[in-house]
Design a protein around this ligand. Structure first.
Ligand SMILES: *Cc1c(COP(=O)(O)O)cnc(C)c1O
Length: 464
């Protein structure tokens, strides 16, 4: 299996190369050069398998010979053995055709654990036996940081530097990062806001001197291996609800378009999917693009669903490439136009391709609250606000299929909003319950490129 860039000008890589690289050198994102398919019989054959076994079957064609036989399954068993539910991603029934797929049973209570727990192990495996050292740098406004830190804490050959805006993440989110005391974990509170932190990270990736000395890597959803790991739960859920003989719909709370793109991959691989509902909050660039063909950036509005407060969804580029005859030069031109003016038009092929599989819905705060209250009062389920956005969209979708709403965070991560909607305050699960008694470690640094790059350079290992 070879991986190609969406912008057509970067070298093709194998799975190992694409995993370690993150962004392609031409500014594009890596994708497999063709989609592997699973026959109906192969999909039906997943029905009795554990989550880890399902994961190994679904991901094997993407991994190719980058791992020896048996190694992929062993890594999946380790990664998903750390989840607190034996089913890893259990399904919960809400009414006769509405279901929740709970993706938050990992160590940091967010769906990002599903992909990052595996990614941490893949990084370590691909570095073992080489003298390469990886320096992961990221900025977080909350969930990604803790999931990434948990995934690589104590792993050989890797250092992680995670920037967060001082005083602007919740106490739970901060403590989930700062109480991880492994020597390879470096938490940096920036005297500035999230955008400034992200700008500093970008500048470090673009700094020739810095990226020569250190092998920098990213853990956000530009990394192909993360998306690959998310394809698995579409298969896992569908075969439990009658797939492949029956087409299933999914409603996905969408920010960076990574999670719902994984659904598109599952469909490309042959899983019968009735519809993928792209549910956004009022930051609705994707919903507008799918409805009108105009992909146009607006100012970001703060909402109770911070992981969806996004106006540029980096993974949308992967969809446009896949629906646009995989013409890298055309995508490069389209994306450069967007980067310059903040707007572009989808081609007819892109619009028609998207309409065949995707529906989109923009959900405001009131409708989110109503969905959270309905889940609590009518189905006995306490859901987080991101899940509430997707459930609101699922409940008003007019589809003749079972609808699975992806539940992306544990309700206790967003206790204030949950309490306002339902009148009850969710407790943190027992396994993270002593979070407030643990020691914290974090340095506070000025929000400048010089201060942060000096801090990292003094602590990171050269690329080797
Ligand atoms: C990251 C995140 C999302 C958005 O997922 P994308 O892959 O960026 O579309 C939704 N909900 C929660 C809780 C998240 O952490």
């Amino acid at each position: 299996m070879r991986y190609v860039s969406t912008r057509g000008a970067a070298p093709t890589l194998d799975f190992r190369g694409a995993t370690l690289a993150g962004l392609a050198s031409d500014g594009g994102l890596y994708l497999p050069d063709t989609w592997p398919t699973l026959s109906r019989a192969a999909i039906a054959g997943l029905a009795g398998l554990s989550y880890a076994e399902t994961a190994a079957r679904v991901m094997a064609p993407f991994v190719g010979d980058s791992l020896a036989e048996g190694e992929l399954l062993a890594l999946c068993e380790t990664a998903y053995g750390r989840f607190s539910h034996a089913a890893v991603t259990p399904l919960v029934q809400l009414d006769h055709d509405q279901w929740l797929l709970e993706l938050f049973h990992g160590p940091t209570l967010a769906f990002k654990d599903v992909a990052l727990q595996l990614l941490g192990l893949l990084f370590e495996r691909f570095l073992t036996g080489t003298d390469q050292r990886l320096t992961i740098i990221g900025a977080t406004s909350g969930d990604t940081g803790s999931a990434a830190i948990d995934a690589v804490a104590g792993r050989e050959g890797i250092d992680i530097f995670m920037l967060h805006p001082e005083g602007r993440v919740s106490d739970v989110q901060r403590r989930q990062m700062t109480t991880v005391l492994s020597p390879n974990v470096h938490n940096i509170a920036i005297r500035g806001d999230f955008d400034t932190a992200q700008g500093i990270v970008k500048a470090m990736f673009n700094d020739a001197d810095f990226s020569t000395r250190f092998q920098l890597s990213a853990v956000n959803s530009i990394n192909w291996a993360r998306l690959m790991a998310q394809v698995v739960y579409y298969f896992y859920a569908a075969v439990r609800l009658g797939g492949p003989d029956r087409a299933i719909a999914f409603s996905v709370p969408t920010g960076n378009f990574g999670d719902v793109f994984a659904g598109h991959v599952a469909a490309r691989m042959g899983l019968p999917i009735a519809k993928l509902i792209v549910a956004t909050n009022v930051n609705d660039i994707i919903a507008r693009a799918l409805a009108t063909g105009d992909y146009a950036r607006r100012a970001v509005e703060q909402t109770p669903t911070p992981s969806m407060d996004i106006q540029v969804s980096s993974n949308f580029e992967r969809l446009l490439f896949d629906l646009g005859a995989r013409d890298g030069h055309a995508i490069a031109a389209q994306m450069h136009g967007f980067e310059g003016s903040g707007a572009m038009r989808l081609t007819n092929a892109q619009r028609e391709g998207a309409a065949a599989l995707f529906a989109s819905d923009r959900v405001d705060r009131d409708d989110m609250t109503i969905a959270m209250r309905w889940a609590h009062d009518q189905a006995g389920q306490v859901i987080d606000p991101h899940t509430g956005i997707a459930l609101a969209a699922a409940r008003r979708a007019d589809l003749d299929a079972p609808i699975v709403t992806l539940a992306t965070a544990h309700s206790a991560k967003f206790g204030d909003t949950v309490e306002r909607a339902t009148g009850m305050r969710p407790a943190l699960p027992r396994r993270v319950g002593d979070l407030f008694d643990r020691e914290e470690r974090c340095d506070t640094v000025d929000a400048t490129f010089a201060a942060v790059s000096d801090y990292v350079a003094a602590r990171a290992s050269p690329r080797g």
